[in-house]
Design a protein around this ligand. Structure first.
Ligand code: ZN
Length: 143
């Protein structure tokens, strides 16, 4: 459907809905289009561009800036971290010690997870050991 801006012989502006511009011209030629105010069939289309009715066609329109996109959200990030955590060896409270051992090649390199205090985490980072504070579910949710 398109909406056309129409003008009757008596200067009344109104909008008409048509399947296409051709449909309007066809109906107008057959005097099927009438002004809603004075009922004349002397209707002309104003030169302004018709706009396409958008209802139901939004998905086909180009993306607008700021439109929601399927970017990874916080929930997906948490899921990814939880998936990583499931594959990591749980070393519990030995995490800071084990992270250091891995970092200094005293233990096999592997993904580990565990518990570290904020101070311990900061110390590890200062030693150049990459640790990632993550919202890992409790152990009983990881199998
Ligand atoms: Zn009129």
């Amino acid at each position: 459907m398109i909406v056309l801006n129409l003008l009757c012989d008596h200067g009344h502006h109104f909008e008409g809905w048509f399947a296409s511009g051709d449909a309007f011209r066809d109906q107008s030629d057959r005097h099927l289009v009438h002004c809603p105010q004075c009922q004349t069939s002397g209707i002309s289309q104003l030169p302004s561009a018709p706009h396409v009715k958008r209802a139901g066609t939004d998905v086909a329109l180009p993306e607008r800036p700021g439109a929601p996109v399927a970017a990874p959200g916080v929930a997906q990030l948490h899921q990814a971290l939880a998936a990583m955590a499931r594959q990591a060896e749980n070393v519990g409270e030995r995490f800071p010690e084990e992270a250091r051992r891995i970092h200094y090649d005293e233990a096999p390199a592997r993904a580990i997870r565990g518990i570290a205090t904020a101070d311990e985490t900061r110390d590890l980072l200062e030693e150049g050991i990459l640790v990632l504070p993550a919202p890992i579910p409790p152990d009983d949710e990881i199998h």
